[in-house]
Design a protein. Structure first.
Length: 91
């Protein structure tokens, strides 16, 4: 699955890359070079991050599904117990 950015996100990412290179590496990076670098990151590295995020979500969902029976469990045959408890409180 290719990871794509919309135009506004791409522009913002390019601005961030050029700023980072200028401030942290003391180098000048033009918009075309920054765009190419961003494209490389999206194609080469972004799938790794994406796959890790998917794995984390799968683990979290598995844990939640395992807890569903506890969260939504209802005890059976409670009518008479509840009725007796109400009657006991009225005495």
């Amino acid at each position: 699955m290719a990871i794509e950015l919309d135009r506004a996100q791409r522009d913002q990412a390019i601005q961030s890359l050029t700023r980072y290179v200028e401030q942290e590496l003391d180098q000048r990076l033009g918009n075309i070079a920054a765009g190419a670098l961003l494209g490389f990151f999206l194609e080469e590295i972004a799938p790794l991050v994406y796959n890790q995020a998917v794995a984390a979500v799968q683990e979290r969902l598995s844990q939640r599904v395992a807890e569903v029976d506890v969260e939504v469990h209802e005890d059976e045959f409670q009518y008479w117990r509840r009725r007796e408890a109400k009657a006991g409180g009225r005495r």
